[in-house]
Ligand binder design. Sequence first.
Ligand code: GDP
Length: 303
Amino acid sequence: MGLLDRLRAGLAKTRERLFRAIPWGGNPEEVLEELETALLAADVGLAATEELLTEVRASGRKDLKEAVKEKLVQMLEPDERRATLRKLGFRPQNPRPVEPQGHVVMVVGVNGVGKTTTIAKLGRYYQGLGKKVLFCAGDTFRAAGGTQLAEWGKRLGIPVIQGPEGADPAALAFDAAKARKARGLDLLFVDTAGRLHTKHNLMEELKKVKRAIGKADPGEPGEVWLVLDAVTGQNGLEQAKRFHEAVGLTGVIVTKLDGTAKGGVLVPIVRTLKVPIRFIGVGEGPDDLQPFDAEAFVEALLE
Ligand code: GDP
């Protein structure tokens, strides 16, 4: 399956259950009413849905579908430069490779969202771009966390820095960042703990991990990516804000878009956090990760 087919397959639930039935060519008010219902059910959220409907109405455009698509793209990727290119009729490269800043990517998110699997998929993706990758199994709190990442590493031929269960995650991340530099590898992905409701303060621990990486390799981590699960929809947003406050996110990865009809949740994610979506997860296999492309995403949702 090609990239676009996989994207369409991943978004099938949202598209088929919510957007397929919209009678685009019919009475405009009816169309907008049905659209409103679909957007809310897809977890676009009330504020964004109202904004979208108001702008589409005010635009006075006849081709409602195109107007909706344009607005959705703009909401999903409010990048001025790309918006200008689009207005001039250029379609940005689809999808662009995601080039991380620096060499170390810290990956955060609560347990169960698909963080470990996503790191494996990222490793595979960057291997495919010819990069030499290293993993750090920084979730030392969960014994299975390290083992699972080590297994992926073996399968993909990616070395993994691992400590004993209960090891200090900041010390391990420090060692991994040093090792990446010493071995001259291109990219290090640092897995982190994602447990909530424990005595230890997760956010404080994540800050410490981030500082340790910076001590081992000044300027790093160049990126801090949050993994969010689309199935939980807007409920994950409050948590996302706390991660952002603690460690300063530079990107978001949304997983499990294949398992939900809440594909619209990407809109409130971008609105709330004001950080770009870098990748989306559309399945459990190592290749089921795609660089996020707003145009392709909106096409797959509405067509
Ligand atoms: P972690 O606790 O956040 O590290 O989560 P895991 O990486 O262990 O993943 C939890 C479950 O989600 C596993 O069964 C994964 O196969 C599954 N998973 C991860 N990403 C995706 C995705 O994009 N789509 C689907 N359907 N399942 C996913």
